[in-house]
Design a protein around this ligand. Sequence first.
Ligand SMILES: Cc1cc2nc3c(=O)[nH]c(=O)nc-3n(C[C@H](O)[C@H](O)[C@H](O)COP(=O)(O)O)c2cc1C
Length: 228
Amino acid sequence: MTNSTPSRMPLFDAIDQRRSVRGFLPTRIPEQTLDDIFTAAGKAPSNCNIQPWKVFLAKGAATSELRAKMCAAAATLTPTPDYSSPRPFPPEYRTRQIDCAVALYQELGITREDKQARAQAAMRNFEFFDAPYVLFIGMDAKFGASVALDVGMYAQTLMLAMTAHGIGCCAQGALRQYPQVVRDFFGIDDSINILMGLAFGYEDTSHPANRTRVGREQVNTYLKVRDC
Ligand SMILES: Cc1cc2nc3c(=O)[nH]c(=O)nc-3n(C[C@H](O)[C@H](O)[C@H](O)COP(=O)(O)O)c2cc1C
């Protein structure tokens, strides 16, 4: 690290501290910090080193413009994602999905019966949770699950690099619902599919959504070991 490199937290601290942030301050991130983050993310592994990720970043006024377009799409258009999500999740996973939503709604003071408030909370996705930065990650439409795996590794490396710099983020599958809005905005052709969005910036620690904490299963519930 040179003297001019911004300070970063150690890896295990970043792993422990990363969580989904759903409320941001308008504060801009120094360009050097952004460079450091994207350089680190690009070190993610990929099969045969093909580096298949395509990343489209909006900041400042561009974020506001895209936010308006996304909210308009969410209010008026039928979603046409390039990749569908498995819904409903099978029972094992559905329980965790519900627990995760309940944890967020509890912090926001939303009851399960209050459909309007839940819809408003879902709309926050398209407002990018007020983040001053949003990015979209895509890949060549010819690729499938095997290459999406590479892109997922890029995404997690990116999120950890942000955390290491004290920057909050939230991965957003919801932002894959209107891929044509994203393609039109960034001038992306149809050969690129949109996998996810990522809102990021400095955390608004006073936002109730940011009190949300979700747990994890014990390792022995999914790790099966044979030693002989
Ligand atoms: C691929 C992916 C898509 C996600 N999509 C959304 C989303 O659309 N909206 C949202 O609020 N959170 C989204 N999340 C955040 C998850 O809900 C969150 O990671 C999970 O509940 C674990 O919580 P944590 O990130 O705070 O550890 C997504 C996470 C991932 C990895």
